[in-house]
Design a protein around this ligand. Sequence first.
Ligand code: ARG
Length: 464
Amino acid sequence: MTKNKNNQTIWNTRIKKNVSTLFQKVGNSIDIDKKLYKEDIEGSIVHTEMLFRQKIISFKIKNKIIYGLNKIEKEILKNKFEYNKKYEDIHMNIEKRLFQIIGEEAGYVHTARSRNDQVITDFKMWIRSATKEVNKNLDNIIKTILKISEKNIYTIMPGFTHLKNAQAVSFAHYLMAYVEMFNRDKQRFFNNLESLSENPLGVAALTGTSFNIDRNFTTKNLGFKKPTNNSIDTVADRDFVLDFLYSVSVCSMHISRIAEELIIWNSDGFNLINLSDKVVTGSSIMPQKKNPDLLEFLRGKTGSTYGNLFSMLTILKGLPISYFKDLQDDKEIVFKSNETLGNCILILNEVLKNLNPNKQKMLNLANTGYITATDLADYLVKNHSMSFRKAYKITASVVNYAEKKKKKLNELSIDELKSIESKLTIEVLKIFDLKNSVNSKKSYGGTSFDNIKKMIINYKKNLK
Ligand code: ARG
């Protein structure tokens, strides 16, 4: 029997010298992959149960191994587990400790498995939980947005295109656009659960195994749907990692868009929203300043999540299939992206809760830039039977006239309007009312008050 002295690596019989200290220092991953301890122990327990059911190991050995693994989990939870860089990663650290606790019979736990299938089993399980957690946190943001929206259905602001005043909208409608984005994020994360549902355990190093294992048993007991089909692809596949990193990237891109929007609205030029003192920071030299640093943090962090996605894509590019050490970096990248997104979601939620619309400023801004011009064109089409292009031209002349006279559209008299288009009657004046303009957009998905109310109700129902 191979001796496993506790201070030696598993492969010390074959490899006589210790790996260079430099590589030991940089090549180990224990500080990172110790996050996988729970999944690793769960996977090992189910694997051990399976080995026993398949008569590959005895009842006594199975019980000893499971006893040891449970003890290790408790030690880790109580911070009493000593991680050793020499044993590279979480899998070897746990296996080494198992030897210390139950002795030589620990050597049976790695029957019919390799770290290659072990690590991706753990990792898929970890990403599965992380995915569900992200979605829970996204629900909190959606809830916060719905709350603000409910209070601001009748808050009118300009909608922009090219950042120029375009048409009037409800502030709630604007915010609800972000609910759509975060909802798509949730769906995207949810869809990933499918690519995480194939069980890698049992493909061993790359070929499968000659032991009579039962992959359906481990599949069922580790919460997967089916075993993977090809052993070589299984140990090489990191598509599920890319899916996660991509979903994180898209979600942080959405967060950066709302962050940028709020930065603009909070700027002194726009002044459409106020941020409470809880979410701004001061300047070291300018005593008057209140800066939206948290929002800038959110906008900036998108850079790291994109970077992480590109790191992984680059690691995989041109890598022959099966396992290579290159792949070890996948975990650090995913953990970092997950942590960054988790923080960003919490921060955004906090900022949203500390945001107040400056309703008067919103209305004032909506009153500039002739934003009811399109409403006038639509009115002409509907009431004076003309084509949209003709109506567009007449409206442009009205805007030119108002600009020359330094008047807003709602300050023009009916006589002035008639001098441009004689068919117009006094009725047309209501068209320049902003509330009327917002509420007239009743087409599905538009900014009318009823549409917004219905959407809020729908989303509230979905969240329950
Ligand atoms: N820590 C390794 C990783 O995460 C586990 C797989 C090691 N397999 C191997 N053949 N060296 O990639």
